[in-house]
Design a protein around this ligand. Sequence first.
Ligand SMILES: C[S@@+](CC[C@H](N)C(=O)[O-])C[C@H]1O[C@@H](n2cnc3c(N)ncnc32)[C@H](O)[C@@H]1O
Length: 445
Amino acid sequence: MRNIRALGRAAALRFCPPYRRLNDVLRETIQRSAALEQARAALAAEHAALLQRNAELLRQSTTLQPAGAPLDAERTGLQAACATLEARQAALEAECAMLREPVRIRITRGEQSWSIDPAAFETFGFEDGDLLQVTPIEKAAGFPVTWGDVNVTVPSHAIRVPARYGLFEFEGFRIPVHLISLTGAGPETFGWMGQRHVELYDRFTGLAPDMTLLEVGCGIGRDALQFLKLLDATGRYIGIDVTRDSILWCQNNITPRHLNFTFHHFDAENELYNPHGRKRSMDFALPVPDGSVDRIFLASVFTHLFEEEVLHYMREFARVLKPDGKVYASFFLHTPEALAAARRAGTTGWAAKFDIPLSDGVYANDPVYPRGAVAFTDAAMRRLIAQAGLRLARPYLKGGWSGLHADSDDGQDVAILMRAADRQQAPRSDGTAAPSSLAAEAQGR
Ligand SMILES: C[S@@+](CC[C@H](N)C(=O)[O-])C[C@H]1O[C@@H](n2cnc3c(N)ncnc32)[C@H](O)[C@@H]1O
């Protein structure tokens, strides 16, 4: 009975309106919860997919990174290169502007100063002590500087511009000091060295007042000024050099007073003496007829020439020498003994090594200025002499340059040459030439 009552109450409750609403709510809640569960599962799946994609992207990015890094570095490098190029362009523009500026020479004399066109250099009346500067300075920095002089070109030639223009008074001549320096010595020994040279020429080749003398590499006329005292009006002197400034000075100062002394410029390139030279030594013939010259002198000139230049001049000597003509040519004789002695004694002041081969048996001392000092082995010198159609008139004179010979004659070794075809004039027992009229004159005979 109690059960029947309970069933009746449950049925009554189910069908009673408030309970039916609760049932609906419960059912809807259950349905909604199922939908939410479904949505959550979908989101979880989506999340898992995203995580997987992320992992995949990370993996891809790790793979791509090594390729990307060099590209980044390249880009940075290109940016730096661009900046460098821009800076270079600006510098080039500045350089162009500077290059367009004409070269001038500023001369300062005390309070006074002038700025001249280099073409006017040779006619400017320099005074001892004038200070010179080539402008623009940046442009001058690019010009060759040898022996302290800036080598400046003007349209037809080159000039040497010293920092200080000095003038040395010598026996009535005013000689530019910077051109004296090219002899390798200064004004203090100018007279003495010239005298010594001429004494040696006379002693070993014999000189006479009526001779035709030719000097290759005469420089500023150190020896020519001595020959002025020896030659008479029937004698003749011809000087040749590649340094135009020196030749011009000789032409303007010696020739007008002594018409039998003439000077010729060979515009042959020599990195020290004529860096702007437009030709080669081989392009020049000695300006004298065949068989017309008694004596030829070269004081420290073969020491500044390459083999082909020496050979060329020697061939010219064979052409222009009189049958009994002689050449006095100083040079450096390359022997192990001389080099060892020079090293030991340090005699040269420029560390003579002569270890740079130029050609067979020909050596330079300085790789930058190979013609600064050139030495020849005995075999090389003899080969050139023979090829030129010359011969040694006597054994070499011993040079004092290395310190090897206490009894040296000249500062350098010397070859006394004659034409190969000519009869050898018998030397005296001491090896010197037969007494010359000049020596006899000097001795009052
Ligand atoms: C050391 S200096 C001697 C100058 C002169 N002999 C003296 O004793 O006063 C060398 C000379 O040789 C000249 N020289 C250099 N190369 C030459 C060449 N290829 N032809 C002629 N002379 C040259 C130089 O210009 C310089 O004047």
